[in-house]
Structures are given as structure tokens and as C-alpha cells.
Design a protein around this ligand. Structure first.
Ligand SMILES: Nc1ncnc2c1ncn2[C@@H]1O[C@H](COP(=O)(O)OP(=O)(O)OP(=O)(O)O)[C@@H](O)[C@H]1O
Ligand SMILES: [Mg+2]
Length: 254
């Protein structure tokens, strides 16, 4: 479980807030989408959960413990994180990038290699082709998939994914979205997935949290958001999008 209680973040000594009084609970095994326009505070929120950014005030708990009471390194290893813009280590091969946490945990070479190859296959990258390459020898979308593989390496209970499919073409994106859903169903991971793509949100999320100017506008499932929007902003976002989504889904289904 991940729990945020009245979390604020200000870079201006309280004159303005990039995250403004956000409270929410993500239960075990839930797939939560964090949806919001550029600059709405999505990345900030995610980074506060694994202590890359310190909140100005408020409490964050992971697994029932205040994250300030948990060793930073241990906390981060229990949470897989896919960075926005990937952030692979340029001087390491793809295999080394994926296995980095396993290496830090002193797993055997053989296990690191096997696991890296397994994960490459999972994200649809042929291991024999890609394992020994360096990040700059991959396309942006391929690097993003490696970012997802890396976050899964030590099978963390929690996953924070910051627009992991942002640079992918629609077909690969569809495939990976489907894979993600299957993975989540089978592995019961607790996942926060950031996107500014409302269609991705509708396709993937158990529940969707809508952030705007750092304020949580509403948190609910598709039906809640569509039928009981908390305010005009949510209403405008969802009414049109849901209609388009229904149309698109209809086309796909035929
Ligand atoms: N170190 C910083 N100092 C001052 N302001 C910052 C800092 N980091 C982020 N911000 C501001 O905080 C706000 C929220 O940023 P954040 O990166 O969380 O947005 P986001 O929702 O992830 O946007 P995007 O969809 O573009 O990635 C933005 O207005 C950003 O300019
Ligand atoms: Mg961001």
C-alpha cells in the first residue's frame, strides 16, 4: 500500500505549490493512473514517493511505514522506477543496465544475465540482438522498453512508471499496454503509472487520479469520472475523451 497524507511541495517557500495538499491511498495490487497536463506535478509526486524529492510537508507511507523511517536505499530497491526520458547509463550495455540492481544485490553473473535476457524478451527486444549494445545504439522507443525491463529486474512489489510509453509508436504502445495489464494481473504488483494521455489512462487504470496545477481533482474509476465528475475540468476532460474512446474501441473490436 502507498499512502499520501496532505502532501505539499513548494519551491517558493510557500508562495506557490507544485503539489498542493494531495492525499490518496493506493491499495495492494492496484494499478493507479496519474493523469494530468504538463507541469501538473506528476513527476514531482512520483519522485517524492521514492525520496528523490522531499515534500515540503505531509506524510508518505509505503507498506504502512513512513518512508522517512525506511533506509533510502532499501526503499528504492523495493520500488521499481521508470524515469521519464528513460535515464539509462550510457557507458553500460543494455544487459548491464537491466541487471544493475541485481549486481548491487550481488546476484550471480549467470542469474543477472538470464534475468536480463528474460526481461528483454518480455519487452519485445530480441536478447541476442540487444543485450550487448549500448543505449545510444537503440532508438528512443527501444530505450524506453529497456527502462521498463530495468524497473522489473528484482521483481519489486511496487512500480512507479513515469510516462514509460511516451516515445513509442502506437502499435508497440498498444502491445506493451496489453503486456502491462497481463503482468499486473498475474503478479499483483502495486503500480502508479503516469501519463498525460487520457486514452492510455482509460485503457490501463483500475482507478485514475487527475492532477491539475498540483491539486488532486478527482480519484475514481472510469465510471466515477465519467458519470460523477467532481468539477467542470474533469467533466470536460472525460466526456469528449470517453465518447472518442468508445468509438475507437468499437472500431478495434470489429
Ligand atoms: N527543481 C525545481 N524547481 C522549481 N520548480 C520546479 C522544479 N522541478 C519542477 N518544478 C516545477 O514543478 C511543476 C511540476 O513539475 P513536474 O515535473 O512534476 O510536472 P509533470 O506533471 O511531470 O509534467 P510533464 O508532463 O511535463 O512531465 C512544474 O511547473 C515545474 O516547472
Ligand atoms: Mg513529468
Amino acid at each position: 500500500m502507498i499512502k499520501l497524507e496532505r502532501v505539499y511541495k513548494s519551491y517558493t517557500h510557500g508562495r506557490s505549490y507544485v503539489v498542493n495538499d494531495v492525499s490518496m491511498t493506493i491499495s495492494e495490487g492496484e494499478f493507479l493512473i496519474l493523469l494530468g497536463s504538463s507541469g501538473s506535478g506528476k513527476t514531482t509526486l512520483l519522485k517524492m514517493i521514492n525520496r528523490l524529492i522531499q515534500p515540503s510537508s505531509g506524510i508518505i507511507e509505503v507498506d504502512g511505514r513512513n518512508i522517512l523511517d525506511v533506509d533510502k536505499i532499501k526503499l528504492r530497491r523495493s520500488i521499481g522506477y521508470v524515469f521519464q526520458g528513460v535515464g539509462l547509463f550510457p557507458h553500460m550495455t543494455i544487459e548491464e543496465n537491466i541487471a544493475i540492481v541485481l549486481r548491487l544485490e550481488k546476484k550471480s553473473r549467470e542469474y543477472q544475465r538470464t534475468r536480463a535476457h528474460e526481461l528483454l524478451s518480455f519487452v519485445n527486444l530480441e536478447p541476442n540482438t540487444f543485450a550487448q549494445r549500448y543505449p545510444d545504439e537503440l532508438s528512443g522507443g527501444q530505450q524506453q522498453r529497456v527502462g521498463v525491463a530495468r524497473a522489473l529486474a528484482n521483481d519489486p512489489a511496487y512500480l512507479l512508471m513515469d510516462e514509460p510509453f511516451g516515445a513509442l509508436d502506437p502499435i508497440t504502445r498498444d502491445e506493451l499496454q496489453a503486456e502491462m495489464l497481463a503482468l499486473m494481473k498475474n503478479l499483483k504488483k502495486t503500480l502508479i503509472f503516469v501519463t498525460h494521455d487520457i486514452f492510455e489512462a482509460l485503457r490501463l487504470g483500475d482507478r485514475i487520479a487527475i492532477l491539475h496545477h498540483g491539486v488532486l481533482q478527482q480519484l475514481g474509476n472510469k465510471d466515477d469520472l465519467l458519470n460523477n465528475p467532481a468539477n467542470q475540468l474533469v467533466k470536460d476532460m472525460f466526456t469528449t475523451a470517453a465518447q472518442q474512446f468508445a468509438l475507437l474501441d468499437g472500431e478495434n473490436g470489429q
